[in-house]
Write a protein that binds this ligand. Sequence first.
Ligand SMILES: Nc1nc2c(ncn2[C@@H]2O[C@H](COP(=O)(O)OP(=O)(O)OP(=O)(O)O)[C@@H](O)[C@H]2O)c(=O)[nH]1
Ligand SMILES: [Mg+2]
Length: 207
Amino acid sequence: MAGSDRAAPAPTASARSTARSAAPDAVKILIAGGFGVGKTTMVGSVSEISPLRTEEPLTAAGLDVDDLAGIEEKRATTVALDFGRITITRDLVLYLFGTPGQQRFWFMWNDLSIGALGAVVLVDVRRPESSFAAIDFFERRGIPFVVGVNGFHGRHPYPAAEIREALALPDHVQVLLCDARERTSSRDVLIALIDQLIDAATGAAAS
Ligand SMILES: Nc1nc2c(ncn2[C@@H]2O[C@H](COP(=O)(O)OP(=O)(O)OP(=O)(O)O)[C@@H](O)[C@H]2O)c(=O)[nH]1
Ligand SMILES: [Mg+2]
C-alpha cells in the first residue's frame, strides 16, 4: 500500500511537551553504608523490578581484608552496584543505586553519587562504626541523607537518640529504625528521605 511505508509524522512540540509533563519525575537515590550492613538487601526488598546485582562470592582469599566479625553468615559482596526502582506516587519514581561496601571499592562512590539527590546511609545496629565513612562522604559533599538503622535479626536494642549520639549526627539528620529485609520498612525510610528533600526544595523556593 502506498501509505504503509510513509514515515510517521513527527510529534509536534506541544505533543512532546505534554508527554514530558505526563512522565513521572525520576529521582536518583543512593543506598550506602559500610560493609555488609544490608544495602543489597534493602534495594532488593523495596524494588518493584528485579534488582540488578553485581555480587561476587566471598572467598578464602579475602579473609585478611574482609572483616566478617558480626556478619559471619555473609556469602557474597557487591563489587559494583545494585540497581532497583520504586514508584512512590504517580508522579515520582525513585531509581535506587546501592553502593559497594568494601573499602577497596569505595573509589566507585564518586561516580555513583553524580546526580544523586539524596542518600540512605544504612547502619548495622551492632557495628555502627562501619558506616562512619559513608556519613562523612555525604556530609562533605552536601548531599542530604537519612540514617536507616538496620536491626539485624529484627532487634533494635538502642533508641534512635542513642544511635544519633554514637554517630555524632546533627539534629537535622533523621535516624530511622528499620529492617532492610522488609519492603514496607525500607519504603518508609525512602519516604522520610523524599519528604525531607521536598521540604528543603519548597523551603528554598519560598525564601
Ligand atoms: N538477620 C538479618 N540478616 C540481614 C539483614 N539485612 C541483611 N541481612 C543479611 O546480611 C548479609 C549482608 O547483607 P547485604 O545486603 O549483602 O549487605 P551489603 O551492605 O549489601 O553488603 P556489601 O555489599 O558486601 O557491603 C546477607 O546475608 C543478608 O541476607 C537483617 O536485617 N537481618
Ligand atoms: Mg551489597
